[in-house]
Write a protein that binds this ligand. Structure first.
Ligand code: NAD
Length: 323
């Protein structure tokens, strides 16, 4: 009989890992999900192992000892942080992935998840409805590492029959944690600032349109892709996935529907140059066709949910900020 799934998550203390760990625990049971991170302060209850993904011996020992069958490999340095120390980001993003792929192959894991990013696109990419098959021309060390990572995942699938699945996340927005050093972080920060201070200084220009996705949809698309039958995955690089796209002024206007006195100012920094090379919107027709991808949150629904959840966090006595 097939043994039950035992899942290891790397980078589990991060923005996506915190939520993905909880949903995987609910799905597979707490004993079957092992969260791991280089930082010891785990943010959830359940099984935790401290793992630096650059330490392949430790990674492999946990995989063997815990009888792991799948790895969700989230540990990485994101776009804005990576530009501050490109060699550090390259080393972690590439060698961390190699370690996961090699251990996955040696220990014959059933599946591996690797999140890529819209950062694989760059200056020569058409901005509107960016196609799945457009060549990759990343401008940041983060984007270069994700593009190379996509090619290596494809290589391990084709040459070693390792079932690695990947998709290109846009900016992810959730209320559970702050964002981890990316170019789309403003779209998380703005909600915290709106509720706490009633004002926000944005590091991108007012008309910078970027693809984004609410956290629930991000988790949903990971499940939809990972649950799909082996044969349904016809593309062995990373799938384009889209959900919503907006500018800072559009999200500010949406917040003002709930908090009429909210104000926003603009002070673009180095992240503007990164954002200027990224797509405005994404063509995700292949993900729709292959595994039925369909997002549930638009800008209005996401804004309303973010404000509701953060109001609970910052105003637990039920005194929502209205001005
Ligand atoms: N959040 C987004 O908007 C977004 C968009 C596109 C792709 N992604 C990808 O999704 C994944 C998760 O993103 P996130 O936003 O949760 O990132 P995050 O920065 O919030 O979390 C990354 C986690 O990795 C951990 N980490 C760092 N170095 C490590 C090491 N050597 N060993 C083990 N753990 C280490 C950090 O402690 C952190 O908890 C990343 O691969 C990222 O590239 C995220």
């Amino acid at each position: 009989m097939r043994s039950p799934e035992k899942i290891l998550i790397t980078g589990a203390n991060g923005q996506i890992g915190t939520v993905l760990t909880q949903t995987l625990q609910a799905r597979y049971g707490q004993d079957n999900v092992i969260a791991s991170d280089i930082r010891a302060e785990e943010t959830f209850s359940g099984q935790f192992e401290r793992i630096d993904v650059l330490d392949v011996k430790r990674l492999e020992k946990v995989v063997v000892d815990r009888q792991i069958t799948q790895i969700y490999h989230l540990a990485a340095i994101l776009s804005a942080k990576g530009e501050k120390d490109p060699q550090w980001a390259w080393n972690l993003n590439m060698n961390g992935l190699f370690n996961v792929l090699d251990v996955g192959f040696r220990q014959q894991l059933r599946k591996i998840f690797f999140p890529s990013s819209i950062a694989v696109f760059g200056n020569f990419t058409p901005k509107i409805n960016t196609s799945q098959s457009h060549f990759l021309d990343p401008n940041t060390v983060y984007g270069i590492s994700k593009a190379a990572g996509e090619y290596w995942c494809n290589y391990y699938r084709n040459n070693y029959d390792l079932d690695v699945r990947s998709l290109r996340f846009p900016g992810i927005i959730g209320y559970q944690t702050l964002a981890g050093g990316g170019t789309t972080d403003y779209a998380v920060d703005i909600f915290h600032a709106a509720i706490q201070h009633g004002t926000y200084e944005c590091f991108l220009k007012s008309d910078t349109r970027l693809p984004m996705m609410y956290m629930d949809d991000a988790i949903k698309c990971v499940y939809d892709m990972m649950d799909a039958p082996y044969e349904a995955i016809t593309f062995h690089g990373a799938y384009n996935i889209g959900a919503i796209n907006f500018t800072p002024s559009e999200i500010a206007a949406e917040i003002q529907k709930h908090l009429p006195n909210f104000t926003i100012t603009y002070e673009p920094d180095f992240r503007q140059q990164i954002a200027d090379t990224w797509p405005n919107s994404i063509d995700d027709s292949l993900a729709k066709k292959d595994w039925g991808w369909s997002p549930e949150y638009d800008l209005a629904k996401m804004t309303s949910e973010m404000l509701k959840q953060l109001n609970k966090k910052y105003n637990p006595k039920g005194n929502p900020r209205q001005s």
